[in-house]
Design a protein around this ligand. Structure first.
Ligand SMILES: [Zn+2]
Length: 563
């Protein structure tokens, strides 16, 4: 198998070949499953990763991981591929990985939006937010400026046009940079700044930006507080209307063993958690505390801060987003889920404590100088391009230059890709290892005489999280308790008890106090991680009985007793 490289971004055909190669190299660990087709008919692949020699995936707790639902956020796919590689390679050499894959499952969807990513990876990239399905209108838009690589060098830069009423001027300290003209300033050399592109039906005076025909945002289309176009643009005609989103929603609801989720996006270098649309005090307190603990571990292992999307990552202080995957996973599936915004060019450039989205509205010139130095030194000048003359078919002689954002801002440059995506596997595995896991603690038969036996099955949760995972799930009764069953061969009959018994949820250690000190240490039952099922059977000739215990989230365990 040609090694999957982590200094390059793969188009769909190569990516699928890589996944097939992993599946054939590691047949014990990987099964590939198409969960549906994209708008253009490409298969959306999920890698089912677990040690299949010791059990089936659906009988084990699982973690969902996806990437690249936004078209240009290609690094999300790379992070998924890196995770697959890390787990497969480490299965035999790293005992933690070995244990994780023997007990648990990863469902990894490296490219949730294959059509949109293909446009971003084209020789002449076309950048859209998400999928390539025209929305909300079918017809081709007309007039205005269409972002396009005009000189065919594969970059999408900016165009500057001299204009006495322009907003920008050349920075006195660094002539490659532009800075805003002062509020009362006049009489200098000023510029208008436009994205690189062609201007349709140009009348020589007004230029508007042409709206794209493809205006969907798949991460607003999930069925959680979905809102119509006039309230939230790009959310689609109805919840889960888009084939890519429907495939994910179908798969996740069809796999109740999923106990958590991580969606890889770019960029900002931050671990975002729900809610996107309301403040932290609306979460059940235990869920907030647990989210904070998972986030603290994430920060320690990845170096990224962990924050609430609502509190620290709003695109506008007066607006919120709804219909995102992590909010849906938390609110309607009742599991802990994250949006990981990979890569921070600002931090790479040495800018500390920048406030994500707010930085784009306002930041000191000193930050721009740091960014420019970073491009010069770390990106060999490929991030920020000095202005050069270009004869534009509609605008005449102009200049092209500025940031080429696709592999500087939006995604790590290929040379820095591996280092960036190697941050995540440890935390992703840890997130899977904290899920509830049901095991049989004891199974026994007590001879009562006269051919009667009392059968006892004691099961317990060995995971950190309780079997229901979140208080939200418990509040909404999203998951049943433990179900114990007894299977009897011919000649053995049930004397008392039901064949199938539904018992309580199993607690974990997550919601217990951090220290045994004080009264808080004694508020819960000391064995609330266990339940017991009992039957009395009539087995005059003896024989074998099969016992099983299962929980939708915590997995399945079986055993046999010989009487
Ligand atoms: Zn995104």
């Amino acid at each position: 198998m040609p090694d999957c490289r982590f200094d390059t971004y793969y188009r769909y055909a190569d990516l699928v070949q890589i996944l097939r190669d992993y599946a054939s190299k590691y047949p014990r660990l990987i099964q590939l499953e198409s969960i549906g087709k994209s708008h253009e008919g490409r298969d959306i692949w999920v890698t089912v990763l677990t040690d299949r020699q010791t059990g089936a995936d659906h009988s084990r707790p699982a973690l969902w991981v996806d990437g690249n639902i936004h078209a240009a956020e290609l690094v999300g796919s790379s992070a998924c591929l890196y995770l697959i590689d890390w787990l497969c390679r480490g299965f035999e050499s790293n005992p933690e990985i070995g244990r994780c894959l023997q007990e648990r499952v990863f469902y990894i969807c490296p490219r949730a939006n294959p059509d949109g990513a293909e446009w971003a990876l084209a020789d002449r990239p076309r950048i859209i937010r998400s999928s390539t399905r025209p929305y909300p209108y079918d017809e081709l838009p007309q007039g205005g400026l269409v972002m396009e690589d005009m000189d065919g060098d594969g970059r999408l830069l900016s165009m500057r046009i001299p204009d006495p009423n322009g907003h920008w001027k050349i920075c006195p300290d660094e002539p490659r940079l532009l800075v805003p003209r002062e509020p009362a300033e006049t009489g200098g050399q000023y510029y208008r700044l436009l994205p690189e592109g062609r201007v349709e039906d140009y009348d020589g005076s007004l230029i508007r930006l042409q709206e794209k025909r493809e205006r969907l945002d798949l991460n607003r289309n999930f069925p959680v507080l979905w809102r119509e176009e006039h309230e939230q643009a790009g959310a689609g005609p109805f919840p889960a209307s888009e084939p890519e989103v429907r495939a994910i929603v179908n798969f996740i609801t069809g796999h109740p063993n999923i106990c958590g989720g991580i969606a890889f996006h770019s960029y900002s270098g931050v671990l975002l958690r729900p809610y996107s649309y309301q403040a932290d005090d609306t979460l059940p307190a235990e869920d907030l505390w647990t989210y904070q603990k998972i986030g603290a571990k994430g920060s320690a292992l990845t170096g990224y801060p962990a924050v609430s999307a609502h509190d620290e990552f709003r695109y506008h202080p007066k607006q919120v987003i709804t219909g995102a995957l992590d909010d849906w996973l938390y609110e309607h599936r009742g599991v802990f889920a994250w949006t990981v915004e990979i890569w921070s060019p600002q931090r790479q450039a040495g800018i500390e404590h920048y406030k994500y989205i707010d930085w784009y509205r306002e930041h000191p010139l000193e930050d721009d100088l740091k960014m420019l130095r970073w491009s010069d030194q770390q990106l060999q000048g490929k991030g920020y391009v000095d202005w050069y003359r270009f004869d534009h078919p509609q605008l005449g002689e102009i200049e092209l230059g500025g940031w080429d954002p696709l592999f500087s801002f939006w995604n790590p440059p290929p040379a820095q890709l591996e280092q960036e995506i190697s941050r995540f596997p440890e935390w992703v595995m840890w997130h899977n290892l904290i899920s509830p896991r049901l095991v049989i603690h004891r199974a026994q038969a007590q001879d009562l005489g006269g051919g009667l036996y009392r059968i006892g099955l004691l099961v317990q949760n060995t995971g950190w999280l309780p079997s229901y995972v979140t208080k939200k799930a418990r509040e909404k009764s999203l998951t049943r308790g433990v179900i114990c069953e007894i299977e009897l061969p011919a000649g053995i009959t049930l004397h008392s008890g039901l064949r199938r018994i539904e018992l309580a949820q199993l607690e974990g250690r997550a919601y217990k106090p951090s220290s045994p000190t004080g009264w808080a240490g004694q508020v819960s039952d000391p064995t609330d991680d266990r339940v017991k099922a009992e039957w009395v059977v009539h087995a005059p000739q003896g024989g074998q009985i099969k016992l099983s215990a299962r929980h939708e989230r915590a997995g399945t365990a079986t055993t046999t007793l010989t009487l």
